[in-house]
Write a protein of this length. Structure first.
Length: 332
């Protein structure tokens, strides 16, 4: 049996969504140590996978790896379509677990496009591989098409910058009990609409924040500057999405973000992907107060939800070949 375990990811936003610039997208985000996905796989003559959401990934994995079959079981899972990267983490965990069951070395960057992952943002693939805080290189704008390319007809964006963030930093995440974020065809339609009318000047503003504030703060471990830069990037990204999601942040996330971010224990705050997950950055010295602030923010928005404290991931997915034999996925 091979067991693959990987953490969620938070997606801060993109560096550029305007067709007027040379590079499109360019994701910004970071991995979480928890919550986690855990997938088990063993060799089999046919495919057996009881999870209807994971079975399409498992079917494709068996095909692209050219193996006869596998028993695939999801032991731990992430909430679907709430902004934690469940699709990419499940797909890649399934890929690596089946590969490991057959003693196969798997290049996740090579196979991710064939599983429909990494088409716009490379953050989920990068955090699966190596964890940490990541800025990816995006895609040449000339490759943009109004219809999404077929699976496999793209490369996962390269990692342009990566940093381990300090061990005492924490993400407090609040997942309100509201409808899930956009995915699939609806997400593709919304993204096309956003890109086709995106204001190029916003990308210029984000570039300044990334190069002069965000990256230096990540390198120096400066939580206050890093958090302020994250908040700034989130709001500028939200200006691109406002027409599609009903505001800079989707309702009622705007209220949660505003209330949560006002607390001095929270260094930076934002909406991950299409939401509804809201995250705030803090450190171990202020985490209890930040957690209380997240609960109060949910109350202010008039919604219930889950609040949890998450360590940040400094490494990628892990493979357990036996209960005591653990190997980092990038070294296989």
């Amino acid at each position: 049996m091979a067991v693959v375990s990987t953490g969620a990811r938070l997606h801060v936003g993109f560096q550029n969504l305007s067709l007027a610039h040379d590079r499109l997208y360019g994701g910004i985000g970071f991995g979480l140590a928890e919550p986690r996905v855990r997938v088990e796989a063993t060799r089999a003559d046919t495919l057996r996978c009881a999870d209807p959401d994971v079975r399409p990934y498992a079917e494709r994995v068996v095909e692209v790896l050219d193996v006869p079959g596998a028993n695939v079981t999801v032991v731990e899972d992430l909430p679907r379509h709430v902004g934690l990267g469940s699709g990419t983490q499940l797909a890649l965990a399934t890929l690596v677990a089946v590969g490991a069951a057959y003693d196969r070395e798997v290049d996740v960057r090579e196979f991710a496009p064939q599983l429909g992952r990494g088409g716009r943002s490379g953050i989920g693939v990068a955090t699966f591989q190596v964890g940490g805080f990541v800025v990816d290189a995006g895609h040449p704008t000339e490759r943009f098409t109004t219809e999404p390319p077929a699976d496999g007809e793209w490369r996962v964006p390269a990692v342009a910058a990566r940093h381990d963030l300090p061990d005492d930093w924490r993400a407090v995440i609040a997942v309100p009990d509201v409808p899930a974020g956009r995915s699939g065809d609806r997400e593709n339609e919304s993204m096309r609409s956003v890109v086709e009318r995106a204001d190029a000047s916003i990308a210029d503003e984000i570039a300044g924040v990334v190069t002069r504030r965000l990256l230096p703060a990540a390198a120096e471990g400066d939580l206050d500057t890093f958090g302020a830069a994250i908040t700034d990037i989130e709001r500028r990204n939200g200006a691109w999405y406002a027409d599609e999601q009903g505001g800079v942040f989707r309702p009622p996330v705007g209220t949660i973000v505003s209330q949560f971010g006002d607390d001095p224990a929270v260094a930076g705050v934002g909406q991950s992907s299409w939401g509804p997950t809201v995250y705030g950055l803090t450190d171990t010295a202020h985490v209890d107060r930040a957690q209380d602030a997240a609960r109060h923010a949910l109350d202010a928005a008039g919604v219930s939800g889950e609040v949890r404290v998450c360590a940040l991931a400094s490494d990628g997915a892990r493979i357990d070949a036996t209960p005591t034999d653990r190997v980092d996925v990038e070294n296989r």
